[in-house]
Design a protein around this ligand. Structure first.
Ligand code: ZN
Length: 452
């Protein structure tokens, strides 16, 4: 877009070319439905350009534009091509002369190689009131990509010249922060989020929050995401949602994006993935010592189905609830020794056997949250040594916890936790800066801040 910025226009151009350029620059800045059908359209999520910004740019452009005697200052008209209509016919509907229409449409059609066009912008100078005659065509603008525009404009000799303009695109990290005012969707887009970002945000909390019921006006939200933005301020590409925060029912919930094994997951401040429904490993840092399936029983001596997973860990190691739920059993149960069973949602249950003792307050009927300590590793019941025997039940039947169908979560440990914490610190700094800038901007708007 740089070469068409009216403020930077080289002086060696004739004034009427300047007119054309300025008008075309304006046309290019106004966001429209565009693009020939053949242009591969990436997943674009375009917010409309701020109308105030458009009119400011328009005013600037028209101020430098030379007005021909008898013609009003150029204006920008959106033209939709009707089914079965040629570009030339569409241009003629604007009221320009057949010659102008033929020249401009011909140049555009040649450049597009016959690709269909749905809409374009025409910059025209109409006859002043009370005067007859055709409108003068200053130029045509057609968006061919998220940041590219094709323009046809009149040059000195009256011939139509074709140019492809490319807006500079920069990648940046955006912090969208604010308070919910009726609708999260509207409040978030008002501070720079896009519908795509809001959708990802809502999806991230879907298992936890009912946005209609739990999120109220005045609740605080923050979304941090990468985006590609054009010079004119249009977001043309949305990257990953790096951070999400919502304060619902007075309780903030923060989620950080972190990649492990090449896959992105979202973790809370402590490195716990709450997206997963059941934790893969309900004991911190334990290793699996025996899997699910047929095996020779270590005590009974014959082949028996092992209906759970064993984790080797020292006696007294805390055992964590695999997911949110209600304790339905916390009692001695034959060979299982001290046993805890938790009912989760969706027909899922988890069981924990051979406990040396129960966690604080753990008894039948008690609500527990994921990661809460429900007991300690031991060797009670039929057991050869301290370990956790862990079972997952689905609709009353024991299933293999390693099975792909079990919705699982993760608690980061060791090197992964260190890497996560380093990344979290960076995101926290970005959020602090973004939130501060947002508050300063709104204070400016409200006139609460001293000048200077
Ligand atoms: Zn076992």
């Amino acid at each position: 877009m740089a070469q068409f910025d009216p403020r930077r226009q080289p002086l060696r151009f004739a004034p009427h070319l300047l007119t054309a350029c300025a008008a075309v620059a304006v046309a290019g800045l106004i966001w429209k439905v565009y693009a020939p059908a053949h242009a591969a359209a990436p997943a674009v999520d375009l917010p409309p350009l701020d109308p105030a910004a458009v009119s400011a740019l328009e005013a600037k452009a028209f101020a430098v534009a030379e007005t021909r005697p008898g013609l009003a200052p150029p204006e920008n008209v959106e033209v939709k091509v009707r089914p079965g209509e040629s570009i030339e016919q569409a241009v003629r509907r604007v009221g320009v002369s057949p010659d102008d229409a033929a020249a401009a449409a011909g140049a555009l059609a040649r450049a597009l190689g016959g690709a269909p066009v749905r809409a374009f912008d025409a910059a025209v100078a109409r006859p002043r009131e009370g005067r007859g005659g055709s409108a003068r065509l200053i130029g045509l603008t057609l968006r061919t990509g998220p940041a590219t525009t094709l323009t046809v404009s009149r040059s000195f000799d009256g011939a139509m010249k074709l140019r492809e303009l490319e807006e500079e695109v920069t990648s940046e990290i955006k912090v969208a922060h604010g308070l919910v005012n009726d609708s999260l969707r509207e409040s978030a887009t008002a501070v720079g989020a896009t519908p795509v970002v809001v959708n990802r945000f809502v999806k991230l909390y879907a298992h936890k929050l009912d946005f209609n019921r739990d999120v109220k006006s005045g609740d605080r939200f923050t979304m941090v995401f990468e985006r590609d933005v054009t010079e004119s301020g249009r977001t043309i590409k949305i990257g990953d949602l790096m951070y999400a925060e919502i304060e619902a029912r007075g309780k903030p919930s923060r989620l950080y994006r972190f990649e492990r094994n090449g896959k992105a997951e979202y973790f809370d401040e402590t490195g716990k993935n709450i997206r997963g429904f059941l934790l893969r490993t309900p004991v911190d840092g334990a290793r699996m010592s025996s899997g699910f399936g047929m095996r020779r029983h270590p005590i009974l001596g014959y082949a028996k189905m092992h209906q759970g997973i064993d984790f080797a860990a020292g006696s007294g190691t805390p055992i964590l609830a695999a997911g949110d739920g209600v304790v339905i059993e916390a009692r001695r149960w034959g060979g299982y020794g001290n046993w805890v069973r938790i009912r989760h949602s969706g027909g899922w249950e988890t069981g924990y056997a051979h406990l040396s003792r129960y966690g604080k307050g753990i008894k039948a009927g008690q609500r527990v949250s994921q990661g809460q300590v429900i007991g300690y590793v031991g060797s009670t019941g039929r057991s050869t040594g301290p370990h956790l025997h862990h079972e997952v039940w689905f609709k009353g039947k024991r299933v293999n916890p390693k099975g792909a169908k079990v919705p699982q979560g993760t608690i980061l440990t060791g090197g992964e936790l260190v890497a996560f914490k380093a990344q979290k610190a960076k995101i926290d700094a970005l959020v602090r800066k973004g939130v501060q800038e947002t508050h300063m901007a709104s204070a400016d708007k409200a006139g609460l801040r001293d000048a200077g």
